[in-house]
Design a protein around this ligand. Structure first.
Ligand SMILES: Cc1ncc(COP(=O)(O)O)c(C=O)c1O
Length: 348
């Protein structure tokens, strides 16, 4: 039986048409700045986000970490929500590569506010590392793909400007936020200095992210990209997939959001599931298990029925919708989940 892979939106494979775009890509040596496809992608993303320049990088992690490295100095502090990817899931790079300390804030569904930030910004004093950067995540992975509200972002930005602090947005899934909220990417981007956007998640490209910002910052990021081993040569074959994705795979994210809703509604119908369907704004569904059910056990049972999800804790599971999962497959996944949960429930 065909697998229905809901572990992540990173599992998508390039379509035939995308592979054709890859095959036809014009390429050059990107370390010399001579790859026309990479240059086109960087310009396209910068224009969409209303920024001066873009930098094609290997991954979302590299985009975030270059943004941090290029906008901070060793010993400084970055203010970030406690479940943010940049702090939790990037192999300790804030400390290891940028040499900064994280000041963690408890967010409401991933959103942190100006008032919360104001309370932890360091005053000028020899005892303190300067607060150099605020990082927000939009959409917020760990918060069920929640959209970061633009008005809250605007408040944060106004405060940051007053205090000489820069703002980075981990926009790995920014286009999910745009499609779900109906707000163009540049409306979010105007309230931050830098944004990192992933091409290899919901947009369906095989590899890569783009970091955008002002020209000077992007030049600094390019220097650190080389230092981190991320200078690629004929990267145009990857950038061509990104260009294809920007043209063809943004609007269709609405289908993934509808599928996530449908999945959440189906799951929430089970008494063994703890899930607030109203929280599902985009393509990520985390749900809790009640009645002592074990997430690893449920995952194993689901796999036996060709449905893949991710256990993210002893009683928490994540499912993510994407362009390689159809509505019919979502309906089948719901049926499988309901029967597995009913059986596990009886066994427990
Ligand atoms: C919110 C967020 N930011 C950054 C990343 C990192 O992306 P990559 O896996 O390409 O390094 C991820 C990956 O899942 C993510 O969910």
């Amino acid at each position: 039986m065909e697998m229905i892979d809901l572990r992540s939106d990173t599992v998508t494979r390039p379509s035939k048409a995308m592979r054709q775009a890859i095959a036809n890509a014009e390429v050059g040596d990107d370390v010399f700045g001579e790859d026309p496809s990479v240059n086109r992608l960087q310009e396209a993303m910068a224009t969409m986000l209303g920024k001066e320049a873009g930098l094609f990088v290997t991954s979302g992690t590299m985009g975030n970490q270059l943004a941090v490295r290029a906008q901070t100095h060793h010993g400084e502090e970055i203010v970030v929500e406690e479940h943010a990817h940049v702090f939790n899931a990037e192999a300790g790079a804030l400390g290891a590569l940028a040499g900064v300390q994280a000041r963690l804030l408890h967010g409401q569904r991933g959103t942190i506010t100006r008032d919360q930030i104001a309370q932890v910004v360091r005053p000028k004093n020899v005892h303190y590392g300067r607060t150099a950067l605020i990082a927000v995540e939009n959409t917020h992975n760990r918060a069920n793909g929640a959209i970061f509200p633009i008005d809250v972002l605007a408040d944060i930005r106004a405060f940051a400007l007053e205090r000489g602090i820069r703002v980075h947005m981990d926009g790995a899934r920014l286009f999910n936020a745009c499609v779900a909220s109906g707000r163009p990417a540049r409306e979010y981007a105007r309230h931050v200095d830098t944004v990192s956007i992933c091409l290899s998640k919901g947009l369906g490209a095989p590899v890569g992210s783009v970091l955008v910002g002002d020209r000077e910052m992007i030049e600094r990021a390019a220097y650190y990209r080389k230092m981190y081993g991320g200078g690629m040569r004929q990267a145009g074959i990857l950038a061509a997939a990104g260009l294809y994705a920007l043209e063809h795979n943004i609007d269709r994210l609405a289908d993934d959001h509808a599928n996530a809703r449908r999945l959440a509604e189906g799951l929430a119908a089970s008494p063994a599931v703890d899930l607030n369907v109203e929280e599902i704004q985009t393509n990520i569904v985390y749900f809790g298990l009640r009645r002592g059910l074990s997430a690893p056990d449920v995952i194993t049972r689901l796999r036996e029925h060709s449905v893949l999800m991710l256990a993210t804790g002893p009683r928490t599971i994540r499912a993510v919708t994407h362009l390689d999962v159809s509505r019919a497959q979502i309906d089948r996944a719901v049926d499988v989940c309901q029967s597995v949960l009913a059986r596990e429930n009886q066994a427990g």
